[in-house]
Design a protein around this ligand. Sequence first.
Ligand code: SF4
Length: 767
Amino acid sequence: MSPGPARAALTEFVLKVHARCDLACDHCYVYEHADQSWRRRPVRMTPDVLRAAAGRIAEHAAAHGLPDVTVVLHGGEPLLLGPDGLGQVLAELRRVIGPVTRLRMGMQTNGVLLSERFCDLLAEHDVAVGVSLDGDRAANDRHRRFRSGASSYDQVLRALALLRRPAYRRLWSGLLCTVDVRSDPVAVYEALLAQEPPRIDFLLPHGTWDNPPWRPAAGDTAYARWLRAVHDRWRADGRPVPVRLFDSLLSTARGGPSGTEWLGLDPIDLAVIETDGEWEQADSLKTAYDGAPATGMTVFSHTADDVAASALLARRRSGRAGLSDECRRCPVVDQCGGGLFAHRYGAGHFDNPSVYCADLKELIVHVNENPPEPVRLDAGLPDDFIDRLAALTGDRVAIGRLVEAQIAIVHALLAEVADPLPTGGAGADGWAALTALDRSAPESVARIAAHPYVRAWAVDCLAGTGTGARQGPDYLSAIAAAAALDAGTPVHLAVPVRGGRLHLPTVGTVLLPEVADGTARVEIGPDSLRVRAGDVTVAVNPGTAGGPRWWPTRRLVAQDVSVLLEDGDPHRDCHRLPAGDRLGDEGAARWAATFAAAWQVIRDEVPGHAEELRAGLRAVVPLRRSGAGVSEASTARQAFGGVAATETDAGSLAVLLVHEFQHSKMNALLDVCDLVDGTRPIDITVGWRPDPRPAEAVLHGIYAHAAVADIWRIRTDRQVDGAQAVYRRYRDWTAEAIGALQRADALTPAGSRLVRQVARSMSGWPS
Ligand code: SF4
């Protein structure tokens, strides 16, 4: 279900490619419930039905301008097609639908027949695989057995072991578990969790008012009790895996979408195509009465629009208006939405609440009253912050929160530097000016504090190392002078001069060779800057080009972005690679042109990252060219928003900026959130380095390489020469590292959540 731009359109199609199953689960709604239409249908979808079905989907996508559609192979058991048959189906779908829209393919399977050959095929066609498993052996064997009565448990576990392999891990979309209240809820949950699925989905067994689900006693809300127990355990565990049912309730509690037809008021956008080409509604309707899902339409005679307009489907798409009076009056209707449509059936109509009404009410109230413990985040960051940063689609708002958190950290560092200063010195005067400015012009102080190399100075200064120690606490006055200039507030301050240079962060450098090391007087007027040292006076108009004594900090400007070309700040040399010297006019002009072209590439290829960079990138530091002449780049732990790079071409700079800013974000996230469990230090082998890496470095690599893979994925789509090989390399490195990190159990719940979200963002990518 996706609330896409064309709300009247269907976006998800379930294809019944094989109508029989190798298992005989007694709770299966296809064979064991009221609708028995499977008996009259062909065993497998024929090529002409498949071609017509694919054609209808493509036609629908084109007519509605859909950016993507999802096709889920279902049965019966789709793996009964065999590898060749399945390959033909997947190839045909790609051939017909692929040229029209982005095709996302999925498959729901019992897993019994899953083999390496199948997995290779599914990987080749990028098919997300959901597997049905009802929990531990006891729970699973209660229902999911072969016709002979034999257990399917071991075969399914073998399939899951295959899907956990690094090569196939990205295919796995999750586990589907049908609830049986006779099973121990926590044992079921733990057994599912032990399989390390990317997601768990709990389904209530289908039933209606005419055929109600089994309960220990009439009126007993056993299903609510069972799900509450699972919810409480999941919550206490720190929500180690997404559980669709609970995530859906948490989302709708905040006014978000439910993401499932089981709950909420999201419009239904799904239709089923049977093996004979009949259009049907959701499979769950099979539980209502014989013929309930039927539409009387086929792919040969009717379009998907005809199906969407059919009376029962239109009603299921009408949200609150399509509910019973009792549901419309219900206080939790926005979250429940009357439950699954099929479960409302009774006495010949659907104008009823769900047969699970009392359970749903009790569960919803319980989940609302026991919201998840927030992932531990400092600085009052919202609970969904991790998800927003992990999504590769870009989130300007989340970056804004990171910037705020960084500014708060810098403020604290400045206060720490100022703490022991004796009164009357340059540092103490600078601190006094800074605190006064913070009251009168806090935005100006924040703008200077957000400069990456102010923090770099403060950390060095406190540690007594590097250029930070050389400038010492007196540099507080340089920061104050820069903030005063930004605010247009007059101040006079003594500012340190080191090596004949006086630097004001974000503003520029005054050259005072006659001073060498000492201080100079900086006089800031409403719109002037004057520097005095002995007999020398330098009057600077910061907005003008440089002169013999004045090196202004220049900017790289492109369309909707402007960042500093930082080649003068003495604290910029905190990166892994050495910073270059001040650029001449020609070199600066080259950088400006390359940056503008790179920005166009970023906007064009990954606009979400452009949004993030615009919100968080502050400065680009030119690096000294390496002897090998290769493009290199770096970020520094203490310099959020600063990226250092060697001069290169626009396409490469675009990749370097996105790549390094991911590291910068990760550094900032680590400032506000524990992502790695420090009690379990471990080194992990990764694809991009010969030496095993600690968990934090692997996390960095995953985050950065996923973004790089994303760029090369787009370039592959655009048929850029050699792009596919690069895309695959980064994607595989990332996917393998995700698997290794998850197996290593070295992350906190917040770290696990981030990694899962990155994996989810990558789950629809092509092989
Ligand atoms: S809890 Fe019951 S009455 Fe309320 S919306 Fe759900 S099914 Fe309807």
